[in-house]
Ligand binder design. Structure first.
Ligand SMILES: C=C(O[C@@H]1C=C(C(=O)O)C=C[C@H]1O)C(=O)O
Length: 358
C-alpha cells in the first residue's frame, strides 16, 4: 500500500469542504422554512430546548478526533447562523443605522444645521461659572458667527470634592445669554429626573461620556422633543456607542448628534486617545451627524488645532472645543481651555481649511 500524499489528502479535504457547504446550505434552507412556520404560528425563533436536544443527540454519536467541546462550539455556531437566517434583515437593522435610513440626518438647531455638509462649531466654557464669564465667551463666539454655545451646569467630576457646577442656576445663565445673543444652548444633564426641567433651558441635551450607558437617562432623553448630543463613553466600543444612540432613538427622538471625545488607552501623552477613525465609521454605519470634541480627547491646548484639522479632513460635521475668558483661573479643566485670542486664531485657521470631502 502506497502512503497517501499531501496532494491526495488535500483533495479529500476539498471534496469534504464542498459536501459540508452543500449540507450547510441545505440545512439553512430548512431553517428558513422553520422560521416561516414560526412566524405564522407566532412562536419565538430561538428555541434553546430544541438546541440542547440536538446537541445531546450529536454528542451522543460523537467519537473523536475533535474534542466534544469543539464539536459543541461548531454546532452552536451553526445554530446561531441558522437563527440569523430566520430573522429578516429589516427587523435587525437599528433605527440609527444607515441600513434603515440612507439619507443623512440633519439636526436643525434654531437654524444652525449639523450634518448638512457644512462645518459647524460648538464652543463655550467647560463649566458655567458666572453670567459675565458666559457672556464674554458668547460675545466672542457671536463675533465669529458661532451660535452653538456649550457650558456645563451639572458637572460629573472624577472627584466629589471638585467643583460640581452651578446646577439649575448655571442653566439659567446659559439660557439668558443665549436669548440675549440669539444663540443655542448645549448643556449636560446627568439625572433622568432633570430632563423635563432641562427642556425649559437647553436646546440640546448633552449626555456625557460617563453617562453613555446610563440607560434610564438615555430613555428619558429619548422621550422629549429636544436634540441630544451623545458623547462616546470613555471605554465604549463603537458598537456600544451606536447602541446607546439607539436607546435614545427607540423612544422616538430622532435628533441625535454623536460626539467622539477620545477613549481611554495606555497612552499618557494625551488625556484620552482621539479615535479619529470612529468618525468615518460612525458616518458610514449610522445616518447621524458626528462631532469631534478636541478639548476632552486631547486635554492639551497645543493639540486642539491639529486635531480639529484632522477631524474636519476626515468628515466631522462639527468641532467642539472649550473657551474661557481666563483659563488659568477656570474652576475646571484649566489646562485645556483656550482663551479668547487663542479661540479667535483657532477659528480663523479652521475657517481657512479646504472644504471637507464627503
Ligand atoms: C431551526 C430552528 O430554529 C433555531 C435554530 C436551531 C438550529 O439551527 O438547529 C434550533 C433551534 C432554534 O433556536 C428550530 O427551531 O428548529
Amino acid at each position: 500500500m502506497t502512503k497517501p500524499t499531501l496532494e491526495t489528502l488535500r483533495k479529500g479535504i476539498d471534496e469534504i469542504n464542498l459536501q459540508l457547504l452543500e449540507l450547510l446550505n441545505k440545512r439553512g434552507e430548512i431553517a428558513k422554512e422553520i422560521g416561516k412556520l414560526k412566524e405564522m404560528q407566532g412562536t419565538k425563533r430561538f428555541d434553546p430546548v430544541r438546541e440542547r436536544e440536538s446537541l445531546n443527540a450529536i454528542l451522543a454519536k460523537h467519537d473523536g478526533p475533535f474534542e466534544a467541546s469543539t464539536i459543541q462550539h461548531i454546532f452552536k455556531e451553526i445554530f446561531k447562523a441558522s437563527l440569523e437566517l430566520q430573522e429578516d434583515d429589516h427587523s435587525k437593522a437599528l433605527l440609527v443605522s444607515r441600513k434603515n435610513k440612507v439619507e443623512d440626518t440633519i439636526v436643525d438647531l434654531k437654524g444652525e444645521k449639523i450634518g448638512d455638509g457644512n462645518l459647524n462649531f460648538i464652543m463655550g466654557p467647560c463649566a458655567v461659572e458666572s453670567y459675565d464669564q458666559v457672556r464674554t465667551v458668547a460675545e466672542a463666539m457671536k463675533a465669529q458667527g458661532i451660535r452653538l454655545l456649550r457650558g456645563g451646569a451639572f458637572k460629573p467630576r472624577t472627584s466629589p470634592y471638585d467643583f460640581q457646577g452651578l446646577g439649575i442656576d448655571g442653566l439659567k445663565i446659559l439660557r439668558q445669554v443665549a436669548d440675549e445673543l440669539d444663540m443655542v444652548v448645549v448643556s449636560e444633564i446627568v439625572n433622568p429626573a432633570h430632563i423635563e426641567m432641562a427642556t425649559e433651558y437647553v436646546d440640546v441635551i448633552q449626555i456625557g461620556a460617563r453617562n453613555m450607558q446610563n440607560f434610564e437617562l438615555l430613555k428619558a432623553a429619548g422621550s422629549v422633543d429636544k436634540a441630544v448630543l451623545l458623547k462616546r463613553g470613555l471605554a465604549a466600543t463603537i458598537s456600544e456607542f451606536v447602541n446607546a444612540a439607539e436607546y435614545v432613538m427607540s423612544r422616538g427622538n430622532t435628533n441625535i448628534i454623536l460626539c467622539e471625545r477620545g477613549i481611554r488607552t495606555y497612552e499618557k501623552a494625551t488625556r484620552n486617545t482621539l479615535d479619529i477613525s470612529a468618525v468615518p465609521i460612525l458616518k458610514k454605519e449610522t445616518h447621524l451627524p458626528v462631532v469631534v470634541d478636541v478639548t476632552h480627547s486631547t486635554g492639551r491646548r497645543d493639540l486642539l488645532l491639529p486635531c480639529a484639522k484632522a477631524a474636519i479632513a476626515i468628515g466631522a460635521d462639527a468641532v467642539m472645543a472649550e473657551v474661557h475668558p481666563d483659563p488659568a483661573v477656570a474652576l475646571s479643566d484649566s489646562a485645556q481651555q483656550m482663551d479668547i485670542p487663542e479661540f479667535q486664531a483657532f477659528i480663523k485657521e479652521l475657517k481657512g481649511q479646504p472644504a471637507q470631502t464627503k
